[in-house]
Design a protein around this ligand. Structure first.
Ligand SMILES: *[C@@H]1O[C@H](CO)[C@@H](O)[C@H](O)[C@H]1NC(C)=O
Ligand SMILES: *[C@@H]1O[C@H](CO)[C@@H](O)[C@H](O)[C@H]1NC(C)=O
Ligand SMILES: *[C@@H]1O[C@H](CO)[C@@H](O)[C@H](O)[C@H]1NC(C)=O
Length: 354
């Protein structure tokens, strides 16, 4: 089915039939006025978040691209609030797959998720408040579907989308800086660190070294936007998606291989487009390095599903942490992640090694 979803499935060794059976549309937010809390409700959220919304004024002006940054952040944070609310409810209510034997562990998870949830609520409110300040529509919540049904897989998925966000916010900061929105960079940089702290915890729970890489993988707004649309947002459920002027790719690139820390051919599939795809290449974005381009081999075409193979050049590139794979329409060379996004036909597929 979908990419983040596939990463979770592959990491868990689940079959895709098992995972596709579960999604139920969920849109529930905490019962505290979110996404439009009153002043009193906001105080309660801040107490749970262990801190406050920034109380200085945003700048008076913003670029058109800067508005797209804020809208994408709001779209993503609204999803994250729904996700962590659902996860916290599952643990609190001892839902099957979310039970803990050890009371101390359970208490710590509930305490930490309570803070994360409220912190994500403030991230969303902050982005939407900024949109209001700039006299433009706030982003409305969508309906969501969560392709997980146990604690470990839920934490892996949280780690995966947080990795992608950590990459995307790098580009958001660069765009703010380039377009005359420098005063907006500081707050986003503070959130990069905040999400990095979360990521370290999600990694620890998975038995991974908390710090993923020396330089985290970069991403672009398009990869984050398409990953949300392909994996967790119920199609057609967003009231004002059109305000987010970012390219929608041709569709998902499904990862079929349980990728390991070694150089080997790996497989992906995608839905056959109406145009030719024989010139397509596979691009990988990893760390702060120049994108890697590999040839593809079509292995089979089954109905409308095309299965391809491409080399995963792990050894030559120490490809740990997040790798973003995209099926691109040209051979490059691509100077950066944005150049890959601009050429992407299908994707992103997300691979996380170590
Ligand atoms: C906003 O205004 C400041 C000060 O006049 C200016 O330096 C900056 O370039 C403006 N930014 C945008 C995005 O117009
Ligand atoms: C919570 O549990 C339900 C029932 O198993 C599941 O469908 C849902 O995806 C879970 N949510 C999260 C975020 O783990
Ligand atoms: C959307 O983005 C495209 C490409 O950057 C641009 O040409 C167009 O003017 C934008 N439209 C709006 C409404 O901002």
């Amino acid at each position: 089915m979908r990419s983040i979803f596939n990463v979770a499935a592959v990491l868990l060794g689940l079959t895709s039939t098992l995972v596709t059976a579960s999604p139920v549309a969920r849109s529930s937010f905490p019962n505290d006025g979110f996404p439009n809390p009153s002043a009193d409700q906001l105080k309660g959220i801040e107490q749970k978040a262990l801190g406050t919304l920034p109380n200085g004024n945003p700048p008076n002006n913003i670029s058109a691209d800067g508005l797209i940054n804020l809208r994408l952040i709001a779209l993503n944070e609204l999803f994250e609030v729904a996700y962590f609310n659902d996860l916290l409810n599952n643990v609190t209510n001892n839902v099957m797959g979310y039970e803990f034997k050890n009371k101390k562990n359970r208490d710590f998870v509930i305490k930490s998720l309570t803070a994360v949830l409220a912190q994500e609520e403030l991230h969303a409110v902050n982005a939407n408040n900024a949109l209001k300040h700039f006299n433009t529509d706030q982003i409305q919540p969508c309906k969501y579907t969560f392709p997980v049904s146990d604690f470990q897989s839920a934490i892996r998925l949280a780690g995966t989308f947080t990795s992608l966000v950590l990459g995307t916010l790098q580009e958001v900061i660069e765009i703010f800086a380039a377009k005359g929105d420098a005063p907006l960079t500081t707050g986003v940089a503070s959130v990069v660190g905040q999400e990095g702290e979360q990521e370290g915890w999600y990694r620890l729970i998975q038995g991974k070294v908390p710090s993923e890489l020396p330089f985290l993988t970069t991403s672009t707004r398009e990869f984050a936007f398409n990953a949300l649309l392909q994996t967790v947002i119920v199609p057609g459920s967003c009231p004002n998606l059109k305000a987010i002027n970012l390219t929608t790719f041709g569709g998902p690139l499904k990862l079929l291989t349980n990728v390991e820390a070694k150089t080997e051919p790996i497989r992906f599939s995608f839905e056959k487009p109406s145009y030719g795809y024989d010139k397509f290449k596979l691009a990988y974005i990893n760390q702060q390095n120049v994108p890697i381009v590999e040839d593809i081999k079509v292995k089979s075409t089954d109905g409308s599903t095309v299965t391809i193979e491409a080399n995963f050049p792990y050894d030559a590139n120490e490809m740990n942490g997040l790798t973003i794979a995209a099926l691109v329409k040209s051979a490059g060379p691509f100077k950066n992640a944005q150049a890959v996004a601009d050429a992407t036909a299908f994707g992103p597929a997300l691979i996380i090694i170590n």
